[in-house]
Design a protein around this ligand. Structure first.
Ligand SMILES: [Ca+2]
Ligand SMILES: [Ca+2]
Ligand SMILES: [Ca+2]
Length: 138
């Protein structure tokens, strides 16, 4: 019977629990039972250092990486539960931004340029990025 929740993630990081079961017979003997705690996907990714601001020249070539500093973390274990994928999603405040910028490598925090920029037409863009786990949460 589990009387308290166990958390395999930081700060508690309970990886195993040791339990001693005592049996009363004619002779006393002890059994040690090692209970291992498995990681569940109970943490969502979070951005480090957001919001990000980047300056880029209008002369930048298409498909070039314009920013590689997007970083996210997930407190789950060092397994599929802790893996993160990035995606640029439509931004309500800047509906054209996701046709100009892309994150083609979903495992990397890199933003690339999809179309040429023109300073005389537009000087600022706002891009919405989502960091999500690779597998469904609990
Ligand atoms: Ca997770
Ligand atoms: Ca976990
Ligand atoms: Ca120009």
């Amino acid at each position: 019977m589990l009387v308290q929740t166990v958390d395999a993630d930081p700060p508690n990081a309970v990886k195993s629990i040791s339990l001693t079961v005592q049996c009363q017979t004619l002779i006393n003997f002890n059994y040690d039972i090692l209970i291992k705690v498995n990681d569940a996907n109970d943490n969502t990714p979070f951005f480090i250092g957001a919001p990000y601001t980047v300056s880029v020249s209008e002369a930048t070539a298409i498909n070039e990486v314009i920013f590689a500093g997007i970083e996210a973390d997930d407190n789950d274990g060092d397994n599929r539960n802790g893996q993160i994928s990035f995606e640029i999603v439509p931004n309500q405040n800047d509906p054209m931004s996701n046709s100009y910028f892309d994150m083609p490598n979903t495992g990397k925090g890199e933003v690339t340029l999809l179309q040429s920029l023109d300073f005389e037409t537009r000087q600022q863009w706002t891009v919405s990025i989502v960091a999500k786990g690779l597998i469904e949460m609990l």
